[in-house]
Write a protein that binds this ligand. Structure first.
Ligand SMILES: Nc1ncnc2c1ncn2[C@@H]1O[C@H](COP(=O)(O)OP(=O)(O)O)[C@@H](O)[C@H]1O
Ligand SMILES: [Mg+2]
Length: 312
């Protein structure tokens, strides 16, 4: 979408993952809306189109063709955190912030969120309700699954999983021990209390700049544990129906430093009052029509702020 020539000099960016992946529908919708508002001041950049470096002690940004790119003022980051392996995209986001760009979401917030355990640490430290969860640093997995601290049934997840992939329910200790032999070792897993009352059902709340913009109850199609729409779940949009849960989602986004957040909440007997996970690059359904205008406002607000800061 970005013609590199036309994009150099744009003040508002949408940064998306590398080619040849197509933009996800919500990201494409957002890009079109930002283009309609900001015209030539807006550009989509992919992470594989940029070189960045240091020249004479100054942070610089280049196209692959060698043209210098001035720092954007605001960058809407739609880079899915799961692919931020080996810190490639992290270094780019840090570079953009170092050049003075305001990131939505900020790099620190992406870093807090990209590891499912790290975000639970932050939420627990802030006193927000999360399920009991256990993980490990370098302990051998075969030893970990024999720990008396792990009760079954329990939910097992990769710390960097997404879209409901790699989330499973281990019904008993034997299954857990069998699984331990099958797991890839490069990504740690976490063992989490199974919230049976929420099996196959959760509440997704989209929070933008401290406001719960919309919400949906998601239900798995086939009795599966994970209710993610990517796994075939269905959704009922229900903003305002679970007010306390929406308030909790706003708190979770605030604690993690997210301007834009997708907060997954699980249902206990007292309502959707247990945080499952928080996403820093959430998607949304086409009928969640409040989301794009809210992100547009969020970005415009930061752009105004930047413009007012600059010496005339
Ligand atoms: N501890 C749990 N108890 C019950 N259901 C869970 C639990 N953890 C996750 N789930 C279900 O699995 C889904 C996916 O888990 P989540 O942690 O959100 O990972 P992902 O990043 O893959 O979306 C959740 O939306 C929820 O429906
Ligand atoms: Mg989720």
């Amino acid at each position: 979408m970005a013609s590199a020539v036309a994009s150099v000099g744009a003040e508002v960016w949408l940064l998306a993952r590398e080619h040849p992946a197509a933009l996800h529908r919500p990201t494409g919708e957002l890009a079109a809306a930002l283009r309609a508002v900001h015209g030539e001041r807006f550009a989509v950049w992919r992470t594989d189109e940029l070189l960045f470096g240091i020249r004479a002690g100054r942070l610089v940004l280049r196209t692959l063709g060698g043209s210098e790119i001035p720092a954007p003022k605001v960058v809407c980051v739609r880079q899915v955190p799961g692919s931020m392996h080996h810190d490639r995209e992290v270094s780019l986001l840090r570079h953009l912030e170092g050049m003075g760009a305001v990131l939505v979401n900020p790099l620190e917030a992406h870093l807090r969120c990209r590891n499912k355990f790290r975000q639970l640490q932050e939420l627990a430290l802030a006193g927000l309700p999360v399920p009991d969860t256990l993980t490990y640093a370098t302990a051998p997995l075969e030893g970990v699954v024999r720990s008396p601290d792990i009760d079954t049934p329990c939910v097992v997840k990769f710390v960097t999983g997404h879209k409901g992939r790699g989330v499973l329910l281990a019904q008993d200790g034997q299954l857990l021990r069998d699984l331990a032999g099958a797991f890839a070792r490069d990504v740690p897993v976490l063992f989490q209390e199974y919230v049976a009352s929420s099996h196959g059902r959760d509440l997704r709340v989209i929070v933008i700049d401290g406001e719960p913009v919309t919400a949906e109850v998601r239900t798995s199609a086939d009795g599966a544990l994970a209710s993610n729409l990517a796994r075939g779940g269905t959704a009922t949009v229900c903003p305002g129906r679970f007010r306390e849960a929406e308030h909790l989602a706003v708190e979770a986004a605030r604690v993690l430093g997210l301007a834009v957040a997708g907060v997954d909440l699980m249902f206990t007997s007292a309502g959707a009052n247990m945080i499952c996970e928080v996403n820093s690059v959430p998607g949304w359904r086409p009928d969640m029509t409040q989301v794009v205008p809210a992100i547009i406002r969020c970005i415009a607000h930061r752009l105004d702020h930047r413009d007012n800061e600059e010496p005339t």
